[in-house]
Structure formats: structure tokens, C-alpha cells
Design a protein around this ligand. Structure first.
Ligand code: NAG
Ligand code: NAG
Length: 308
């Protein structure tokens, strides 16, 4: 009996020790030593980056780590409506970014090429591409992200209020105590299985990094979680686990992006064409309606004149 207890205690201690030296917020990290230190390689031929595993890892470092893994043939697996008119999607995808010492993105990015562009605090391109002389005055902050989620099929219809509460709670607990007050609005369209989450901070606030949380969530849904624990992002609504199928992230910056018209994608052009057609149709209807009305008016006038 004593031996059994001793073995049990020893197992627990060993387990606790092994458990303590891991990086909960970065599955690719290597952890070692006492005190436990975790690192991840991001630049070839340079010592790996030391991580603070009590926090989410800055997106700029995450992207570098992912590019490093891609270069070295390590598994990464990435598969791949606007809240306001100035919101935009990350159409470029991943590149090997330049990071500042605090893990924020350098405003100007060139992806080791002669082609450069300016990014926002989420590392997403917000200008046209230019040459290496391109000027980016400052890093423009993303203060609003819209997470457009589509959930997988569920057995029973979800109660909208419960779903919203579950999503808000999951965001708070999963992403390192993410400030729940910044989850401003959650809309739900059951027919489309669509959940739209607006996360917004006051302009000028620099404490919260919305991009970081959004990136962890993007990975949670699109690929596999960046967390050590590979639990999925699946909020519980009543007794049902709700799994997510797709995610789209819209970025709204403190200043609108400066893309030019020549970069309009087919989709936007199609929308413009539809709007123009609708306007023309509207004008035609108006024109004929007025013509008809003036005819009637003329007739009425004639009739009134008859008795006289
Ligand atoms: C690591 O992150 C935690 C949580 O954000 C923070 O309180 C702590 O000061 C950070 N530690 C270091 C060494 O930066
Ligand atoms: C960055 O460079 C890599 C490798 O050269 C390339 O695969 C990737 O498409 C580039 N990304 C962007 C956004 O230009």
C-alpha cells in the first residue's frame, strides 16, 4: 500500500513537472530548463526567440515561426459582409514579416523582395505595393475586427441568446482572458449558420492587440489550434457543442486603407455594375411613371373642361 502511494506521488510529481515546462500558447515551442524557458526558431542561423507563454504570442512572431516551418518542411498546414465600407480582408496571406522588438509589425514590409507595402497592426497590407522607396509613416492600428463564423450543422436549433453568450464566454476564456467588454456585438442568422462577432476597442487604445486574438481564432477554425492543447474552439450551447466550419476576418483600421481602384477585385466590380444597373432601372421606372402621370393629368384636365 505504501509503495503504491509512493509510486502514485512520484508519478504525479513527474507529471506536474513535465506539465509545467510546456508552452500553453504555442505548440511549436521547445521548452526546457528550470526555470522553464520556451523558444521557437524564427530566423535561419539565429538563436530562437524566447517566448512568454503566459500570454498570446504576437502575430508577427507567429507568422515568422510559420514561415520558418514552411522553409524547413515542417508541417504548418494552412488552408485557405464588410462591417463598414473601409473594412478589408487579408488577401495576401502569410509572408515572412519584419517585427519590432516588442513583437509588433514594422509598418513597411517587403517579404525579402524588392516589392514593399504598408501594413496595419494586424500585419495585413493596407496600401498598394510599391518599390523599396515606399514610405510608411507609422503602423496604423486595427481597432475593430469582424469575425464572420459559419458553424457546422447542429442537431437541434440553437437558441440565439445562448449562442451569443457561449461565444462571448469562449472568446474570453480561450484567448488568455480576452477582455469581454470588447466583444461589442454578436449577430446570428440560423438559416445561414452565420455568426458575426464584432470585436472593437476605443480608437487610441494600445493595450489590447485585436489581431493577435483574431489570428489565434483563425488558426483554430481554419487549420489547427496554435495552443499546446489541441482542444477545438467549440462553444457549448445548452448540451450541444458548436463547431466552426469557416472564418472570415474583416479589419477596420483607425485610418481607412489607401488601395487604389485599379486593384478592385472582380467581386467589387460586379457589385458596382449591379448598383449602376439598379440606378438606371430606377430612373427608367421613374421616367415612365411620370410620363403616365402627366398623360392622366392631361386627360383629367380635358374631362374637367368638357362641361364648360
Ligand atoms: C508575460 O505575460 C503576462 C501576461 O500578459 C505578463 O503579466 C507578464 O508580465 C509577461 N512576462 C514577461 C517576462 O514579459
Ligand atoms: C512572400 O514570399 C514568399 C516566398 O518568397 C512567397 O511564397 C509569398 O507568396 C510572398 N508573400 C507575399 C504576401 O508577397
Amino acid at each position: 500500500m505504501k509503495l503504491w502511494v509512493a509510486v502514485l506521488v512520484a508519478t504525479c510529481v513527474a507529471g506536474a513537472f513535465a506539465q509545467s515546462c510546456t508552452c500553453p500558447t504555442m505548440k511549436w515551442a521547445t521548452c526546457d530548463g528550470n526555470p522553464c524557458t520556451c523558444t521557437v526558431p524564427i530566423v535561419d542561423g539565429q538563436p530562437p526567440l524566447t517566448l512568454n507563454c503566459s500570454a498570446l504570442i504576437p502575430k508577427c512572431y507567429l507568422m515568422k515561426a510559420e514561415m520558418y516551418r514552411a522553409r524547413h518542411g515542417l508541417n504548418t498546414r494552412t488552408i485557405g459582409g464588410k462591417p463598414v465600407e473601409t473594412a478589408f480582408l487579408d488577401n495576401d496571406g502569410i509572408y515572412d514579416p519584419e517585427c519590432e522588438n516588442d513583437g509588433t509589425f514594422r509598418a513597411k514590409q517587403c517579404n525579402n523582395t524588392q516589392e514593399c507595402w504598408c501594413v496595419n497592426s494586424a500585419g495585413v497590407r493596407r496600401t498598394d505595393k510599391g518599390d523599396t522607396n515606399l514610405k510608411c509613416d507609422k503602423l496604423v492600428e486595427t481597432y475593430w475586427v469582424r469575425l464572420q463564423l459559419k458553424h457546422k450543422e447542429v442537431q437541434n436549433q440553437l437558441n440565439a441568446a445562448d449562442l451569443k453568450a457561449a461565444i462571448a464566454k469562449a472568446i474570453n476564456s480561450r484567448y488568455n482572458n480576452f477582455n469581454p467588454n470588447l466583444v461589442k456585438d454578436i449577430q446570428y442568422d440560423p438559416d445561414a449558420s452565420l455568426i458575426v462577432v464584432d470585436v472593437q476597442k476605443p480608437k487610441g487604445e494600445r493595450k489590447t492587440d485585436l489581431a493577435q486574438m483574431a489570428y489565434y481564432m483563425e488558426k483554430d477554425v481554419k487549420a489547427s489550434p496554435l495552443f499546446q492543447s489541441q482542444d477545438r474552439f467549440s462553444p457549448m450551447v445548452g448540451s450541444q457543442k458548436v463547431e466552426m466550419e469557416t472564418i472570415l476576418v474583416y479589419y477596420v483600421d483607425e485610418e481607412p486603407p489607401t488601395f487604389t481602384m485599379k486593384n478592385l477585385s472582380g467581386g467589387i466590380i460586379a457589385v458596382i455594375v449591379v448598383v449602376v444597373l439598379a440606378v438606371v432601372a430606377g430612373l427608367l421606372v421613374l421616367f415612365f411613371a411620370r410620363k403616365k402621370m402627366s398623360k392622366k393629368y392631361n386627360k383629367a384636365q380635358q374631362r374637367e373642361m368638357e362641361p364648360m
